[in-house]
Design a binder for this molecule. Structure first.
Ligand code: FAD
Ligand code: SIN
Length: 518
């Protein structure tokens, strides 16, 4: 008999979405909060630029809404965008209540700007906004008696009965046992899927687990073709996924070619502050046309003291690779950064499966449309986590929990072929990078679909035969998410926002979302 836990609420993921959801739940509810890695590991911790909100008297909601919708190539849901924008100042207040101290100047927020924003509205904690948010939220969560934290527990699949969700099967990575977490309500807060790509700004946790799990539970998965590539990740052989924040461009940094020539003005009148899809495609195009390995970002016109005050993390990291950004331009390349699509939810974060919610990057609330505006993700996490918790707080909880069989591993054996898993991991990520990247074509998308289908069959067979491991669980999710992404990309017969297909270069007059379901 394996371990069974019973909770009112199970939250899968301890990024800003998961932690904020937990904090906002009524203290009368018993809550399990699980993370597949260290509690602080996840994209939230690495967020640099900041979180957007109308905090300045010269700014207004209408402008934030307009910028968000126009950056998203008019595919965003105006109602959802309005909800997020109007709740943004309160989201900032909730973070401050948890202890986050946003950078101030003259006793006011120091607001920076990034691509797509027409006003300064990005609140930040120097260039370590995510670290500050995560440490403070986690400390607050740890002070709550109703919340139990489970580190190094990876969710495998949701427990579904009569079209309702009752928790999940979860692998305890320390004991290697699969345990049942049975709950009245489940919140998926597992982050994005940028690890489906070979080069990414994301940590290893972003393997699309929540998207794959909810897909298998018959949830609607929407707009997965919109993978955002961040234009500027550090290009260095020993730098794994290090981002050079867009806030540098917000403060005037220029993108240049190896000969020092600026080029962004050729692509968009907003130049370096054009939305990310435009900047990433421009860099990709310059690299391909000229055969360059990277381009450069130059902020060396600012002095060392200013750089150390505003971008201490980036400065330190670059110095560790022998690059002094106050003296020389930094080599950069685009990399997969954010998953705009995900599990369809409403304004209360409910999915189409009863008692199942999704919050944060895993969700498709409709706010990002075809391209997310910088610093709107942390905002979405906080606003919708609060809405989700408020909705759960109003539910009436049953006394009894349904019965579920224990995880059955009787027909599986220990794997002697672990090389299969590592090989397929790598192959999926290469296919996605080469065939489903910044610029797509019908031929490359179909080639990706064919090989990914074969890989899925190989993974399914392996999954049936062998005992589950963390790598295998992630590979299964990675391939499912990659396939959904390709299917969505094939079904969009236009170019819009982040999805650029050279066989359909124009944007259609018809605006519609892409839906994939089992
Ligand atoms: P995450 O923070 O990624 O957390 C996911 C959690 O789910 C983790 O705890 C993980 O362990 C857990 N998990 C995943 N799968 C499982 C599973 N199967 N079982 C158990 N647990 C699981 N956005 C902004 O708005 N502003 C910024 O300045 C900004 N900067 C960024 C910089 C970088 C380098 C990166 C990578 C992203 C940045 N973003 C920024 C995007 C933003 O940080 C993320 O979109 C957001 O933090 C996602 O939060 P989340 O809670 O949804 O997921
Ligand atoms: C950055 O700091 O450039 C990342 C901001 C974001 O992804 O919103």
């Amino acid at each position: 008999m394996s371990t069974q836990y019973h909770f009112d609420v199970l939250i899968i993921g301890t990024g800003s979405a998961g932690l904020m959801s937990a904090l906002q739940l009524s203290e009368d509810l018993s809550v399990a909060l699980i993370a597949k890695d260290k509690l602080l590991e996840g994209s939230s911790y690495y967020a640099q630029g900041g979180i957007s909100a109308v905090l300045d008297s010269a700014d207004n909601f209408k402008s934030h809404i307009k910028d968000t919708l126009s950056t998203g190539s008019n595919l965003g849901d105006e109602k959802a965008v309005r909800f997020m924008v109007e709740n943004a100042p309160e989201a900032i207040a909730s973070l401050e209540a948890a202890g986050v101290l946003f950078t101030q100047e003259n006793e006011q927020y120091h607001l920076t700007t990034e691509g797509g924003h027409s006003n300064r509205r990005v609140a930040h904690v120097a260039d370590k906004t995510g670290q500050s948010i995560q440490s403070n939220l986690l400390d607050s969560v740890k002070s709550k008696k109703n919340i139990c934290l489970f580190e190094n527990f990876i969710a495998i699949d949701l427990l579904i009965k009569d079209k309702q969700c009752y928790g999940a099967y979860i692998l305890n990575k320390s004991s290697n046992k699969v345990e049942s977490f049975i709950a009245h309500q489940t919140i998926i807060a597992t982050g994005g899927a940028s690890k489906t790509y070979l080069y990414t700004s994301n940590p290893d946790t972003s393997t699309g687990d929540g998207i794959a799990m909810t897909y298998r539970a018959y949830c609607d998965i929407v707009n997965m073709e919109f993978t955002q590539f961040h234009p500027t990740c550090l290009y260095h052989p020993h730098a794994k996924s290090f981002l050079i924040s867009e806030a540098l461009r917000g403060e005037g940094a220029k993108l240049i070619l190896p000969n020092g020539e600026a080029f962004m003005h050729k692509y968009d009148k907003q130049a370096e502050l054009a939305p990310r899809d435009i900047v990433a495609r421009a860099i990709d195009s310059e690299m391909k046309i000229n055969g360059f390995d990277c381009v450069y970002l130059d902020i060396s016109f600012k002095d060392k003291d200013w750089i150390q005050a505003h971008f201490p993390t980036i400065d330190k990291k670059c110095i560790s690779f022998g690059i002094d950004i106050s003296q020389q331009p930094v080599p950069v390349v685009p990399a997969a950064h954010y998953t705009c699509g995900g599990v369809q939810t409403n304004l209360d974060a409910q999915t189409n499966v009863s008692n199942l919610y999704a919050v944060g990057e895993v969700a498709h609330t409709g706010v990002h449309g075809a391209n997310r505006m910088a610093s709107n993700s942390l905002l979405e996490c906080v606003v919708f986590a609060k809405a989700c918790a408020n909705h759960i707080n109003t539910q009436i909880f049953e006394q009894d929990y349904p019965n579920f069989n224990d995880w059955d591993a009787s027909r599986a054996s220990p794997s002697k072929e672990k090389v299969m898993v590592s090989h397929l991991w790598d192959e999926v990520r290469r296919i996605m990078w080469n065939f489903v990247g910044i610029v797509r074509s019908n031929k490359r998308l179909r080639a990706a679909q064919m090989r990914l289908t074969q890989i899925q069959n190989e993974v399914d067979e392996y999954y049936r035969l062998y005992l589950v491991s963390s790598d295998l669980i992630e590979l299964r999710n990675l391939i499912t998410t990659a396939k959904i992404t390709v299917k969505s990309a094939i079904s969009r017969t236009e170019s819009r926002g982040l999805h650029y297909n050279e066989d359909y270069p124009n944007t259609s007059d018809t605006i519609k979302n892409t839906l994939v379901k089992l």
